[in-house]
Design a protein around this ligand. Structure first.
Ligand SMILES: C[S@@+](CC[C@H](N)C(=O)[O-])C[C@H]1O[C@@H](n2cnc3c(N)ncnc32)[C@H](O)[C@@H]1O
Length: 319
């Protein structure tokens, strides 16, 4: 009988370690000897750089994040904080950078919010701001709900000044269920952008729902990291592939795509943001802070001191 074998631990561009499962193609000799036996379709479990479309990307990433929600929180929850707003593995917070410039009276949407830590911080830091945390994955939103009850009054934690629970919304960052020009801020920390085949469409969608003068801010792994192995140690300092190779990173099991990440250069992202009708305000490449000794996947103090690990793009809709 065939069985899944654990063959290797791989590191993805997003820094999540992944155990690749491979089913051995046993029975091959028997089939060669007796062509009358039914032939199973080939099992292709693979990790590759290859083209993948939007629908496959969405289906794969939704299922993958549903399944990953518990482990992601177990691995990174302490670093992120239940009600903190961290822009990336460098550890810089919105309280320190104020890139969103959220002010009283605003309406804010987080896309790719995961367990909603950033939105939770915003809703507690600002007495008079409406914040909605959205994500494609119901598993991630369930984790958000769990954190919410853990940190509510009953759990002994702080609550939003409004006293309301954080509103959670399941939606694709490519199809936001909001009317045109209704939001003041749209943002994501490491969500959506690398997980969609068409990031230009994601920026157009954000621009559509932003009011004139509104702001989009997103962080993502710095595109230059795609040229290097995702290794936190010295091996992660040597270029092994072209920065200009936009071919997506794709995992599949039994021929079904289970995970996909898409690469764009810095220039691509800038052109897409500007093409969406937004005005580029800043490209932030946060430096690795001296006090941060944490390793997150391929992000480490060693690499962080030498190479940018995160890119944060700040863009406004013209007023
Ligand atoms: C690396 S996690 C980041 C989560 C959170 N922002 C954080 O900092 O922990 C990426 C998130 O993007 C979400 N995501 C992926 N594709 C998406 C899409 N098309 N629309 C909305 N969210 C998406 C995933 O479900 C996941 O929660």
């Amino acid at each position: 009988m065939g069985g899944y074998e654990r063959t290797s631990d791989r590191m993805r561009p997003d820094g999540c370690t992944h155990t690749l499962l491979v089913r051995p193609h046993e029975g091959q000799n028997l089939r060669d000897a007796d062509q009358s036996l039914p032939v199973d379709p080939p099992v292709t479990d693979e990790v590759a750089r290859r083209p993948v479309g939007g629908d496959e990307t969405r289906a794969a990433n939704r299922a993958w994040w549903d399944g990953e929600a518990e482990d992601y929180y177990a691995e990174h929850g302490a670093f992120l904080g239940d009600a903190a707003f961290v822009w990336g593995p460098e550890g810089w917070t919105e309280a320190e950078l104020d890139l969103l410039e959220v002010r009283d009276g605003m309406t804010v949407l987080e896309i790719g919010a995961g367990a909603g830590q950033c939105s939770r911080w915003l809703s507690r830091a600002h007495a008079d701001v409406r914040v909605v945390a959205s994500d494609l994955s119901m598993g991630m939103l369930r984790m958000a709900r769990r954190i919410e009850s853990k940190t509510s009054d009953a759990g002994g934690g702080a609550v939003a000044p409004s006293g309301r629970a954080l509103p959670l919304l399941q939606c694709d960052g490519l199809a936001l269920p909001f009317a045109d020009a209704t939001l003041d801020r749209v943002f994501t920390a490491y969500g959506v952008v690398p997980f969609v085949a068409d990031s230009a469409a994601a920026f157009r969608e954000a621009a559509r729902v932003l009011r004139p003068g509104g702001r989009l801010v997103f962080s993502t792994s710095h595109p230059v990291r795609w040229a290097f192995p995702d290794d936190p140690g010295p091996d992660g300092l040597t270029v092994t592939s072209s920065y200009f190779d936009r071919t997506p990173y794709v995992e599949s099991e039994a021929g079904v795509v289970t995970y996909a990440e898409h690469h764009r250069t810095v220039g691509d992202l800038v052109r897409q943001v500007v093409g969406a009708g937004l005005v580029l305000v800043d490209l932030v490449e946060p430096e690795w802070p001296a006090g941060n000794e944490a390793t997150w996947g391929g992000w480490s103090p060693l690499r962080g001191r030498l190479l940018p690990g995160t890119l944060i793009v700040v863009a406004d809709r013209a007023g």
